[in-house]
Design a protein around this ligand. Structure first.
Ligand SMILES: Nc1ncnc2c1ncn2[C@@H]1O[C@H](COP(=O)(O)OP(=O)(O)O)[C@@H](O)[C@H]1O
Ligand SMILES: [Mg+2]
Length: 243
C-alpha cells in the first residue's frame, strides 16, 4: 500500500481544544488523514474519542484550533453542511431507526441524494451487505446487533461519502461478527472511501489501519503507522492484554 506517501490531506485537526461547557475534554488535539487511508483512534472509555468525532461533525464547537476538510475550514459550519461536504457517520451504539424497516433507514441516509443516484447507491450497499437486502422489509429493531451495525454503516454510505467516520463499530458484537464488519470496512476502503475509525478492539483496528493514534485523557500520546504500533510494548501491554 502506497497510501500514505503522496496523497493529499483529506481531514486535518490542528491544536483542537473542545468539550462541554466549562468542561474541557480535548487538549491540543492534532490529527491528519490522507485520501485513501484508514486511520484509527484507540483509547479506553471516557478519554475523548467520541468528543473528537462530535467536534469534527460540528455537534460541539471547538474553543480553539482549526478543522479542515478538503482544505476548507469547517469548524464554524453547521453539522448538516459539514456532512454534505462528503462525510458519512456511523454513531456509537448504531442508532438505527428501530421502528423503520431496513429500506426506510437507508432512504433516510440518502436524503441528499437524487432519485437515480439513490437506486444506484442502494444496489451498491446491498451488494456489500447482502444480508440487508434479504431483510430490506424487516424492522431494524428485529435485526441482530451485527446486522444493525451493517445497517448503520450502509446508511452512512448512502450519500457516497469521501470520508466515513465510525464510532466503535465492533462494540458488543461477537468476535466473528466484528471480524466480518472489519472485512467489509477493508472492502469499502479499497473501493475508494477514506475511513476514520474509533475502536476499543485495538487488535482488529491496528490490523485494518494504515495509521493510528492512541488517546489518553483527551490527548494523543502516540501517533504512528499502525503496523509499528501493533509491535509497541506499551500498546501491547496496555491495550492488547499482551504481557
Ligand atoms: N454531553 C456531555 N456532557 C458533558 N460531559 C460529557 C458529555 N459527553 C461526554 N462527556 C465527558 O467527556 C469525556 C469524554 O467522553 P467521550 O468523548 O464520550 O469518551 P470516549 O468516546 O473516549 O469513551 C468523559 O469524561 C465524558 O464523561
Ligand atoms: Mg465513545
Amino acid at each position: 500500500m502506497a497510501k500514505d506517501s503522496n496523497n493529499k490531506n483529506l481531514l486535518t485537526l490542528e491544536n483542537i481544544e473542545s468539550g462541554y461547557g466549562k468542561v474541557k475534554v480535548l487538549h491540543n488535539v492534532s490529527l491528519k488523514i490522507k485520501e485513501g487511508q484508514i486511520v484509527t483512534i484507540v483509547g479506553a472509555n471516557g478519554v475523548g474519542k467520541s468528543t473528537t468525532i462530535k467536534t469534527i461533525l460540528g455537534l460541539i464547537k471547538p474553543s480553539s484550533g482549526q478543522i479542515k476538510f478538503k482544505n476548507e475550514l469547517i469548524n464554524s459550519l453547521e453539522t448538516y453542511k459539514i456532512i454534505a461536504k462528503g462525510i458519512g457517520y456511523s454513531p456509537e451504539g448504531r442508532e438505527v431507526f428501530g421502528n423503520l424497516n431496513v429500506y426506510e433507514n437507508l432512504r433516510i441516509g440518502a436524503y441528499t441524494v437524487s432519485k437515480d443516484d439513490f437506486t444506484k447507491r442502494l444496489e451498491e450497499v446491498y451488494q456489500l451487505f447482502p444480508r440487508l437486502k434479504e431483510r430490506k422489509n424487516q424492522e431494524a429493531s428485529s435485526l441482530s446487533g451485527g446486522e444493525q451495525q451493517m445497517l448503520a454503516i450502509a446508511r452512512a454510505l448512502m450519500q457516497d461519502p469521501d470520508l466515513l467516520i465510525l464510532d466503535e463499530p465492533s462494540l458488543g458484537l461477537a468476535p466473528i461478527i466484528a471480524e466480518e464488519i472489519f472485512n467489509r470496512l477493508a472492502e469499502i476502503n479499497q473501493m475508494g472511501t477514506t475511513i476514520l475509525l474509533i475502536e476499543q478492539n485495538v487488535n482488529l483496528a491496528l490490523h485494518l489501519s494504515d495509521h493510528a493514534y492512541v488517546m489518553e485523557k483527551g490527548k494523543f500520546v502516540l501517533d504512528e503507522k499502525a503496523s509499528i504500533l501493533a509491535q509497541n510494548d506499551y500498546v501491547k501491554k496496555t491495550y492488547m492484554g499482551i504481557a
